[in-house]
Ligand binder design. Structure first.
Ligand code: PMP
Length: 308
């Protein structure tokens, strides 16, 4: 950590809305199929393909000080995810890039979570979706820390998940697609029921993979070790943290990591747009301290996204 820098103070938990009202009652404006509409107009019919058959891709972004962090990369990934699922987005990359800012500005936010989502509509109701059109929305809301802020700074607890990340032969693993989150929610619920904050999943081969909505890093003898993203999302935050670590002179090793190795690690943290950099103090029954490398990268990321 640079001299004089302070460990950032994190505000409230952002999973629930600021006022603790349901998301459909938040109010304001959102971008829906090419125009800004009232919050209440952000609806679709119950017979929507995306809802029944998981034909839905999305992005999670954050705006800091009026700038959506790595907005172009996220917009590109939305198009890539749609392409992988064979969904045709009828807006241009620039139109959806601009939609992010239109939605943010219509809400009057400078700091917010930005959710772009594309899904197949209700023209056809069968597994085949050849006649459906793709709908797109971009919605912004006020979001603080993804995890409880106090728990987050002390480090959160991970439970091993029962479900595994599937092989690329079993699912479109590089798409940010809604259907891939079914096992994430189930794993997260089980972890929370057992007093943990999140679940850590292995992949189909048994290698350590990622958490339910974030990538994972380990510190061992001063170097960063992180699983090779060959069957899960190579997160934009993950890529950013690797760059920041290299800039800070920390060696980064991308490799397959076995669960047995976790007990040999000195520090652990997870990264994602929502999670940002979140220290881990427990995996199963193994405990960790929040160490210097984690604290440095947490602060570096906090500053980097704000252009500091
Ligand atoms: N893995 C999963 C399953 C996720 O949901 C996310 C969050 N999008 C990530 C990793 C991290 O991705 P990013 O850093 O691009 O937000």
């Amino acid at each position: 950590m640079a001299e004089g820098a302070t460990f950032p103070k994190i505000a409230r938990c952002g999973v629930h809305t600021m006022a603790n009202v349901p998301f459909d009652k938040l109010g304001g404006k959102l971008w829906y199929n090419g125009e800004l509409v009232d919050w209440d107009a952000g609806r679709f019919h119950i017979l929507t393909h995306g809802l029944h058959y998981g034909s839905c891709v999305f992005e999670g972004e954050r705006a800091y000080g009026g700038k959506i962090f790595k907005h172009q990369e996220h917009t590109d990934r939305l198009f890539k995810s749609a392409e992988i699922l064979g969904m045709d987005i009828s807006y241009s990359n620039k139109e959806l890039f601009d939609a992010g800012y239109e939605s943010l500005e219509a809400q009057g936010f400078t700091d917010a979570y930005v959710r772009a989502v594309a899904w197949r509509g209700s023209e056809m109701m069968a597994i085949s979706a050849q006649q459906t059109t793709t709908h797109v929305a971009v919605i912004c809301w006020d979001m603080g820390s993804y995890f409880d802020p106090e728990a987050r700074m002390a480090g959160i607890k991970l439970q091993w998940a029962k479900y595994k990340r599937p092989s690329p032969e079993c699912a479109p693993v590089h798409a940010k697609a809604a259907g891939l989150y079914m096992i994430c929610t189930m794993s997260k619920h089980e972890a929370e029921a057992n007093g943990f904050n999140d679940a850590l999943m292995v992949d189909w081969r048994g290698y350590v993979a990622e958490c339910t909505g974030a990538n994972i890093f380990f510190v061992k003898d001063g170097a960063l070790h992180t699983p090779t993203p060959d069957c899960f999302l190579n997160g934009i935050t993950r890529q950013t943290v690797i760059e920041l670590a290299e800039k800070a002179g920390v060696e980064v090793v991308e490799r397959h990591i076995m669960p047995e190795e976790v007990s040999e690690m000195q520090e652990v943290f997870i990264v994602g747009t929502a999670a940002e950099v979140t220290p881990i103090n427990q995996i199963g029954d193994i405990h960790y301290q929040v160490g210097e490398v984690t604290r440095t990268l947490l602060t570096d990321y906090h500053n980097h996204v704000r252009g500091i």
